[in-house]
Design a protein around this ligand. Sequence first.
Ligand SMILES: Nc1ncnc2c1ncn2[C@@H]1O[C@H](COP(=O)(O)OP(=O)(O)O)[C@@H](O)[C@H]1O
Ligand SMILES: [Mg+2]
Length: 225
Amino acid sequence: MESLELKEINKTFGSQTNLVHALKDVNFSAQSGQLTLILGPSGSGKSTLLTILGGLQRPTSGDVSINGKNINRLTSKEADNFRLNHIGFVLQSYNLVPYLTVAEQFALVNKVKRSGNLDQTVFDSYLDRLGITQLLAKYPGELSGGQTQRVAIARALYTNPDFILADEPTAALDSHRVDEVGQLFKDIAVQEDKAVVVVTHDLRLKNYADKIYQLVDGQINISEL
Ligand SMILES: Nc1ncnc2c1ncn2[C@@H]1O[C@H](COP(=O)(O)OP(=O)(O)O)[C@@H](O)[C@H]1O
Ligand SMILES: [Mg+2]
């Protein structure tokens, strides 16, 4: 069983009159086999929480553990390797390479991570469910916001990560696509036994969640389904 855990996490930015207390004593856990949703309004600390959870930034205090092991003890090289091999990020900025086609974005992943990526048949079925099969020859500049978002989701899934961490992955999608993406994340959690964590203000994803947290002004609480 794979797990990600935050214990008593605090994160502050700035100092004195500019001090922002973005996360306050946050306790959180996500397990494989489940889609865990963190709901919160803009500015509540969602992106800060997700990037700390995935080791992209460090907390001011508190512990992050993966499968019970504290990641503060990893060197930055070990942390980079762990992220590459185990975590799939869908970030708000998408980070597609502008001069590569959609197909080439995925081929690039093969150069960075040479093994353990999804079989073509499985990946093709995800592309189909995300409705992007017909976009493989296009460049990012030719895609709509929703198409870009779905390509970024596919790229995160391609490395077959144990943990999928997604930041507002449905913000640019219409309701029909939200249902496709919600169901795909849910199926990947349950059928592939992955831990999927989605931070969002999109209440349309509630139907697919196994566990829901609410984040308000940096404070987290578990919530009813
Ligand atoms: N790098 C940063 N420097 C200063 N303040 C930041 C930084 N990142 C986030 N914040 C602040 O922390 C709070 C939470 O931000 P964020 O995690 O981006 O919220 P959300 O993703 O829920 O909109 C906000 O007040 C934001 O302005
Ligand atoms: Mg955010």
